[in-house]
Design a protein around this ligand. Structure first.
Ligand code: DON
Length: 309
């Protein structure tokens, strides 16, 4: 087994960035809202954060981008910290094998979504966090600001408004689950929270740092505990099996780490006990994952041997 010293992270990142720069195929940015469609598919950034808060980066690693579904990891952690295992009576933890916004399984499974990372499951988690805090999106933003030590992180009002204008499918998911009694708040209020959640803008450096509580087995940046060691393991496990939707098998095969993608082109990943990663490049494959992002994480675990396997 090869071992890698922290001082080797920077040369590894530099090497990956130059390899990616020589790759022609980069996928296509999400085009359902203008703010995502206008991003340059050639943008590329990558950051590695260590549990003590040291960050390494390359390329556009300080450039803010739309976090989108990456936020589902943090709302899951924030809700699990509050309500514990009861959450799992309202959302499952099995891969769906379907696209992230699919409606199909919900009726067969009586309004209980397969997992917290497809949109239906994330809506349930945000609904429950909102019931407990009265401000799920605000709670999430404050958590990300604190963990990344970046008080400038904010909602993007234009992205949130565009999400709402194109939100029919999420509205359908939420209303359908409400008909089974699995949503507690009025659907318009939940959707407002969910769209603001998705609209948060952050950089690779911010997100790698904000994820370090999962590398520290549940301990926040200030040393307090958010999750038990067992809950941190559970979140990492659900990321591994469900974090990249119907591509989770291929992601585990190529990268071998818990990971979570968003349609803004970002992906976070965790090497438990060792470091976290965030990579961003807006061009997506047909399953909504960043093409260069997955390739870069694949190269990182191959070059360093840092994987959960
Ligand atoms: O719910 C939506 O459609 C988006 N705001 C978030 C989707 C997303 O990032 C899914 N991920 N790959």
């Amino acid at each position: 087994m090869m071992t890698i010293m922290s001082s080797q992270f920077q040369p590894v990142l530099d090497r990956i960035a130059s390899e990616i720069a020589g790759t022609p195929a980069r996928g296509r940015p999400a085009d359902y809202i203008p703010a995502l469609a206008s991003r340059d598919p050639r943008s590329f950034g990558m950051a590695v954060a260590e549990p003590d808060g040291t960050v390494y980066g390359v390329g556009d690693w300080r450039e803010p981008f739309s976090t989108q579904s990456i936020t589902k990891v943090f709302t899951l952690a924030l809700d699990l910290a509050r309500e514990g295992a009861e959450l799992w009576e309202h959302v499952g933890r099995e891969p769906s094998g379907n696209p992230f916004n699919s409606l199909i399984q919900l009726e067969y499974e009586n309004g209980i979504p397969r997992n917290p990372f497809i949109n239906a499951g994330a809506l349930v988690v945000t609904d429950r966090l909102h019931s407990r805090t009265g401000d799920a999106a605000g709670e999430l933003l404050r958590f990300l600001q604190a963990e990344s030590d970046n008080p400038r992180l904010s909602f993007d009002a234009e992205v949130a408004a565009s999400e709402a204008r194109h939100g029919d499918r999420n509205a359908a998911l939420a209303h359908f689950m409400a008909s089974y009694g699995n949503i507690g708040n009025p659907v318009p209020e939940l959707l407002d929270q969910y769209f603001r959640q998705c609209s948060i803008t952050a950089s690779c450096a911010d997100l790698a740092l904000a994820t370090t509580f999962l590398a520290r087995h549940g301990i926040r940046a200030d040393g307090t505990r958010l999750l038990s060691r067992s809950q941190a393991k559970q979140v990492n496990a659900v990321m591994l099996t469900c974090g990249t939707y119907d591509a989770a098998g291929d992601f585990a095969y190529r990268v071998g780490l818990p990971g979570k993608s968003g349609v803004g082109g970002g992906i976070i990943a965790v090497v438990p006990g060792r470091c976290t990663l965030c990579v961003w490049s807006p061009g997506l494959d047909e399953r909504g994952n960043s093409v260069a992002g997955v390739a870069a994480l694949d190269r990182f675990t191959t070059l360093t041997g840092l994987s959960v396997f």
